[in-house]
Ligand binder design. Structure first.
Ligand SMILES: Cc1ncc(COP(=O)(O)O)c(C=O)c1O
Length: 439
């Protein structure tokens, strides 16, 4: 007998394409042999274990500052953490204390992911406008929740607003639910320029005025703390560009401190939307674990400044390492390679070779070609997992063909020696797939 599931439950029966791909790979993953460049794991060296331990001790030892840290917390989040985030923004000149007046800092029950999920619960189903390629994990969740994705290609400054304006001529603006803009895009690492942020906010403001209700613009700043290229523009908060109060900024401490803290937050104008989000946090789990919030507050105040400089240095060096390798060994196979300025992804576009899960390139790296010399005899040869571009682009969009030749590789987690091995495997896969193409 079957369960009677909700529409959402029924759609959740099937693993998302990325989950299905990683599950097929991970049940027999061999440490030290196979290489996973698919996951967005941070580098272990960037996780400040000892300082977090010191913060843990301080939190427990100072009950007058950190009250009942092992008990339930409030849905909006810890006051200490909100104060520490305010201070962090102000120390970095992003927003000043006065800018936080009439705003809420909402701490997610479980990272930025829970805030994004909650937004999809409190906003009406409809069209979500985002860049192409997109953050495939969230767009997949949105589609399961009944939203439609309108994905518009990006140029080097972010989503192409002129093309969006053209597209919108055929869209009933009443059906727009919200904009979702990842400011350092995942997978492509494109940084939305400050000028582009302004244009996006302006467009959402115009549309909101036309239809007489606000269309929120969610800026996901997951990687804004990880800009390590000194030439990159210093990002401005879109909250400062916002006359009609359309902007919601979402941030996370996952990438810059530790994902397992599960601390993500939204900064919003105090509004119906923020009230609904706070209630939704309570529904999901009352609050993020209070102990983690207090540890994060303590860390931000005492250690963040020096810590961030170290993290940026680590990724800057890793980025240089992988960019040099790609230039030396893969240049003849790729027509485009972006990354190496912020976050820990490289996004490659192959010249002729396809990279999707049915391609020869993919089969080579997953050792499923059917040729024993390539796949391995009694033991499989080393395998490599990456995120195929096909999973990051709209299926019937402008980028579909190109996406079929793209791949995201993550250089955050693995040691440099493994990354070097990975680049050689990628080169071998390009050689193999090109040879089959020319047969
Ligand atoms: C664009 C983007 N937003 C949000 C998240 C999730 O952040 P969190 O760990 O705070 O849930 C990620 C994680 O990879 C991400 O890439």
């Amino acid at each position: 007998m079957n369960f009677h599931l909700s529409t959402f439950g029924t759609k959740s029966l099937q693993a998302s394409p990325v989950n299905a791909m990683t599950a097929a790979f991970s049940h027999d993953f061999r440490e030290g042999i196979d290489i996973n460049l698919g996951v967005g794991y941070v580098n272990d060296e960037t996780i400040p274990q000892e300082k977090l331990l010191a913060c843990f001790a301080q939190v427990l030892q100072q009950p007058q500052v950190y009250r009942n840290p092992l008990n339930y917390g409030a849905a909006e989040g810890s006051r200490n953490l909100q104060a520490a985030i305010t201070q962090y923004y102000s120390n970095n000149g992003i927003l000043h204390k006065a800018d936080f007046e009439n705003k809420n800092i909402i701490i997610g029950a479980n990272g930025a992911t829970s805030i994004l999920d909650a937004l999809a619960d409190v906003l009406p189903q409809g069209i979500v406008i985002t860049a192409d390629p997109f953050y495939y994990i969230y767009t997949e969740t949105l589609e399961r929740k009944g939203f439609t994705i309108l994905a518009i290609p990006e140029d080097e400054e972010g989503i192409d607003v002129n093309m969006l304006r053209e597209k919108l001529q055929n869209v009933d603006i009443q059906n727009i639910s919200f904009f979702y803009i990842v400011t350092i895009n995942n997978p492509s690492t494109t940084q939305t320029s400050n000028a582009r942020k302004r244009e996006i906010v302006q467009l959402a403001t115009e549309l909101s005025k036309q239809r007489a209700t606000i269309i929120p613009v969610v800026f996901d700043k997951a990687y804004e703390d990880l800009i390590y290229d000194p030439q990159s523009e210093i990002p401005q908060s879109a909250l400062l560009l916002d006359e009609l109060q359309v902007v919601v900024e979402v941030g996370t401490l996952s990438k810059i401190i530790a994902p397992a803290l599960r601390i993500g937050y939204a900064i919003t104008h105090r509004s119906d939307l923020s009230a609904a989000l706070i209630q939704r946090m309570s529904d999901i789990g009352f609050s993020a674990p209070l102990i983690n919030q207090e540890i994060a507050a303590c860390f931000l105040q005492q250690y963040m400044h020096a810590h961030r400089a170290q993290v940026l240095e680590i990724y800057r060096n890793k980025a240089k390492f992988i960019c040099d390798l790609i230039r030396t060994h893969l240049a003849e196979y790729v027509e485009d390679c972006v990354g190496g300025k912020a976050s820990f992804y490289m996004y490659l576009t192959a010249k002729n070779v396809e990279t999707h899960t049915k391609s020869d390139f993919y089969k080579f790296l997953s050792r499923t070609t059917g040729v024993a010399e390539i796949d391995g005899f009694s033991e499989k040869n080393p395998r490599l997992i990456y995120i195929p571009g096909e999973m990051c682009v709209h299926k019937q969009g402008f980028m579909t063909e190109k996406g079929g030749r793209q791949l995201r590789i993550s250089f955050g987690f693995e040691q440099n020696a493994t990354i070097e091995r990975a680049i050689f495997l990628l080169r071998d896969a390009f050689v193999y797939a090109s040879q089959i193409r020319h047969r």
